[in-house]
Design a protein around this ligand. Structure first.
Ligand code: AKG
Ligand code: FE2
Length: 438
């Protein structure tokens, strides 16, 4: 077709050139539940849809990471969370949920494409395709600086129809020709022009994906770069120091989502669509006494509180990203929290968590956020609302602290193994025991 971008043919893998025995037989990992297409050698358009490769829980956890940490994307109407961004914003520990997923996807790629050579991960990122986002016909290696890309894996984290409209992946030739995203499904394909594809416009809601690109060129391996980042940002922290897992915002412009000559701060928008607002950390001062000479957006990097309706929660968060992460964690765990509440209510009737709520007005931070636009972009298509309870929220805060502390401890345990292997991988418990001093 006319708009297809002609690209030089990417050289096919050198079949049978490298000695086999060096690699494990590449047994497909956990692919029992998947429906594989015919073997790749059979097609001119090597690709496969693996159904249900990621569990619902993994999808939810990655969604939590993305909605808490995402920044403005590389294209309009896109929000993205790359691994270097996580490391740079004090969230290196949030790389952990990606580690087993990256391993499974690389195994799936190596096994499906019969790779007899090393395959490295070039890029791992969570991407939101918001209302208006789309991409025309292309192959994933179609720019001079993308030539190193050999394979693509796109994991769908939420559902077409339920969570958003539009956003169908279409291939120009071969089968499957179009993919309607279902949470947990993964499509893998060669990044060359045997798989020219496009994504139709998202017309409503937010389409969430985890996208990985693979390369045969060791120079583009993302692991050594991530490890340098992680050792700079995470090894310097004191595990004994309190709250060493608090996120640190990147520069404010990275959170600015612009759209139709308007826009909003992603952090404000995300809390707003869930019914929260940012309030000053000091209960006394009102909007009129907030420092006017400051750029109000700068307040997002300072201590603040969370409000909801007329209530202000009595906890001071270190910054807006900290508050946002707790809010997103609460929504991830809300069903579990509500179930716990009901169970404890049966047992002891009056279980109370220490929640103090100020009933004060006028302390909402004067932030530049187009709420109507934010609602259009990030508002949920799903109307099923969870009944909000401050007590659940307070328990959520404590659970978030435990969750973060656990991950941070794991990161500090794994990092020496990763650094000595120059690679990020699942460290199994036997390895950890072996390393323990006798
Ligand atoms: O999200 C998808 O389904 C495909 C994305 C894509 O084509 C790309 O990011 O290059
Ligand atoms: Fe693509």
């Amino acid at each position: 077709s006319s708009n297809r971008q002609q690209q030089p043919w990417a050289s096919p893998p050198p079949q049978g050139v490298l000695p086999v025995g060096l690699r494990s037989p590449l047994a497909p990992p956990a692919m029992a539940s998947t429906t594989a297409s015919p073997p790749p050698a059979a097609g001119d358009h090597p690709r496969v849809l693996l159904r249900g490769l990621l569990s619902r829980e993994t999808c939810k956890e990655l969604e939590f990471v993305h909605r808490s940490c995402g920044a403005a994307g590389y294209r309009p109407s896109v929000v993205s969370t790359s691994l270097p961004h996580l490391a740079a914003t004090g969230c290196g520990h949030l790389l952990l949920p990606f580690v087993p997923v990256r391993e499974r996807l690389r195994d799936a790629v190596e096994s499906f494409f019969d790779c007899l050579f090393d395959v490295f991960i070039e890029f791992t990122g969570l991407i939101s395709w918001c209302k208006g986002a789309s991409i025309g016909w292309h192959s994933d290696d179609n720019k001079p600086y993308l030539r190193q890309r050999a394979f693509t894996a796109v994991c769908y984290l939420n559902n077409h129809g339920e969570d958003y409209k539009g956003g169908i992946l279409q291939f120009q030739d071969g089968d499957p020709s179009s993919i309607v995203p279902v949470a947990g499904d993964v499509v893998i394909y060669t990044a060359d022009n045997r798989n020219v594809h496009c994504v139709t416009e998202v017309t409503e809601g937010e389409r969430l994906t985890l996208t990985l690109w693979f390369t045969r060129d060791r120079a583009y391996n993302e692991d050594p770069k991530l490890l340098t980042f992680l050792s700079q940002t995470s090894l310097s922290c004191e595990p004994t120091k309190q709250k060493f897992y608090i996120p640190m915002p990147a520069s404010d412009n990275m959170y600015w989502f612009s759209c139709d000559q308007s826009g909003f701060d992603i952090r404000c928008a995300r809390v707003h669509v869930l019914g929260f607002s940012f309030h000053s950390s000091s209960g006394e001062y009102s909007t009129s006494v907030l420092p006017t000479e400051d750029d109000p957006v700068e307040l997002l990097g300072k201590q603040l509180r969370l409000g909801r309706g007329d209530d202000v929660f009595d906890k001071i968060f270190s910054n807006s990203l900290h508050a946002l992460q707790v809010v997103q964690f609460y929504y991830w765990k809300a069903p579990e929290l509500a179930a716990r509440r009901e169970q404890s209510a049966v047992g002891s009737r009056t279980v109370r968590y220490p929640v103090i709520i100020h009933h004060s007005r006028g302390t909402e931070l004067p932030l530049p956020c187009n709420h109507t636009l934010a609602q259009t972009i990030f508002g949920s298509v799903n109307t099923a609302e969870i009944a909000f309870k401050w007590n659940d929220f307070a328990l959520g805060v404590a659970m978030w602290e435990n969750y973060s502390e656990d991950l941070k401890k794991q990161l500090l345990t794994f990092l020496p193994f990763w650094l000595s292997n120059e690679s990020i991988f699942v460290v199994d418990s036997s390895e950890l025991q072996r390393a323990e001093p006798i």
